[in-house]
Design a binder for this molecule. Structure first.
Ligand code: FAD
Ligand code: FES
Ligand code: MG
Length: 281
C-alpha cells in the first residue's frame, strides 16, 4: 500500500509521484485531494490528486518542495512507501456543460488544474487552458494540459517562453479579441487567483478558485483551514477546496497561510541540517 511506483522530477524542486492506491484511484473525482504522511514522525499534508489510473490502481501527486514535509517526501524513491495516504477528501469539482471554460494554472497550480480541465472537457465544454510560470524551466505538465484542453496558451513572467507576462494578461487578450467565456477556473498562488478574480469580475465571468489554506485533520474538525467566503465562515477541507472566487477573502487567507512561518523555517532548517545531502527517512 502507498508504494511509489514512479518518481519524476518535473522542474527544480517539483516532483511527481505515482503511488499505488487502488481504492482512491477508483473513487476519486476531479478537484479532490489526499492527506499524506511520509513516516511516523511526519506531519499530515494535503496534496491534490493530479491524476489517477484505475487499471494500474495508482494516483499521481505533484508537489513543490517548499518546507520540511515536502522535502522529506521528495527524498523518497521508487519502491519506498508513504506511511498513509488518506482520501479522497473534499468536494468534487462541479462539472456540467457551461460552454467555453478558461482554465488558468500558475506555477504548481497547474497540477490541481489538470484533473479539472480533464473533467470539464469530458463534460462537453470547450476548454481553453492558460498555464504560466516564472520562467520556462518552471513550467510543468505542458503536454498533459494540451491533451486536457482544446486550446492552450502559455505565459512566463520573464518572457523565456510563450507570452511575456502573467496568465491574466493572456486572459485579457482573449477577452479583448472577443472570446466569450462562460466560466473561469483559476488555481495558483493567492496573488494570481486574486488578480484573476479581479479581472473576471469586471466582465461578470463566474470564477472558481481552489484554495490551499493550512490543513491539519482534513475532516472539518480542527478549524485550521477556516476561510471567509461571501462573509461566511467555511472549512476548505469539507466545504471546498473550490469556491466562488469573487466572494473569497484573499487577504485573510494569506494572513492565515503565513501564521506559522517562523516555526516552518525552523523545521526546514533543522531538517536540512540533520539530513545534509543524504536521503534517509
Ligand atoms: P512548510 O514549511 O511547513 O510550509 C510552507 C507553506 O506551505 C506554509 O507557509 C503554508 O502556507 C503552507 N502549509 C504548511 N503546512 C501546511 C498544511 N498542513 N496544509 C496546507 N498548507 C500548508 N502543494 C503542492 O505542491 N501540490 C499540490 O497538489 C497541493 N495540493 C494542495 C491541496 C490542498 C487542498 C491544500 C490545502 C494544499 C495543497 N498544497 C499542494 C500545498 C501543500 O499542502 C503545502 O505546500 C505543504 O503542506 C507544505 O508543507 P511543508 O512542511 O513542506 O512546508
Ligand atoms: Fe481541520 Fe479543515 S483541516 S477543519
Ligand atoms: Mg510543514
Amino acid at each position: 500500500m502507498n508504494k511509489i511506483v514512479m518518481k519524476k522530477v518535473l522542474s527544480e524542486g517539483v516532483k511527481e509521484f505515482e503511488i499505488e492506491s487502488p481504492q482512491i484511484a477508483k473513487s476519486r473525482h476531479a478537484g479532490q485531494f489526499v492527506i499524506v504522511r511520509a513516516n511516523e514522525k511526519g506531519e499530515r499534508i494535503p496534496l491534490t490528486i493530479a491524476d489517477a489510473n484505475v487499471e494500474k490502481g495508482t494516483i499521481t501527486l505533484i508537489f513543490q518542495e517548499v518546507g520540511k514535509s515536502t522535502m522529506l517526501m521528495g527524498s523518497f524513491n521508487e519502491g519506498d512507501s508513504f506511511l498513509d495516504v488518506v482520501g479522497p477528501l473534499g468536494k468534487p469539482t462541479h462539472t456540467e456543460n457551461f460552454g467555453t471554460v478558461v482554465c488558468m494554472g500558475g506555477g504548481i497550480g497547474v497540477a490541481p488544474m489538470h484533473p479539472i480541465a480533464q473533467a470539464l472537457k469530458q463534460a462537453g465544454n470547450r476548454v481553453i487552458a492558460i498555464i504560466g510560470a516564472r520562467s520556462k524551466e518552471l513550467l510543468i505538465m505542458e503536454d498533459r494540459i494540451k491533451a486536457a484542453s482544446h486550446e492552450m496558451h502559455i505565459s512566463t513572467d520573464d518572457g523565456s517562453f510563450g507570452v511575456h507576462g502573467f496568465v491574466t494578461d493572456v486572459l485579457q487578450s482573449l477577452i479583448d479579441k472577443g472570446e466569450k467565456v462562460d466560466l473561469c477556473v483559476a488555481i495558483g498562488p493567492v496573488p494570481m487567483m486574486n488578480a484573476s478574480c479581479k479581472l473576471t469580475k469586471q466582465y461578470d465571468i463566474p470564477t472558481v478558485v481552489s484554495l490551499n489554506p493550512i490543513m491539519v485533520d482534513g475532516t472539518g474538525m480542527c478549524g485550521a483551514c477556516r476561510v471567509t467566503v461571501g462573509g461566511k465562515t467555511r472549512f476548505v477541507c469539507v466545504d471546498g477546496p473550490e469556491f466562488n472566487g469573487h466572494e473569497v477573502d484573499f487577504v485573510e487567507l494569506v494572513k492565515r497561510q503565513r501564521a506559522y512561518l517562523p516555526q516552518e523555517r525552523e523545521a526546514r532548517e533543522q531538517y536540512q541540517h540533520e539530513c545534509g545531502h543524504h536521503n534517509h527517512h
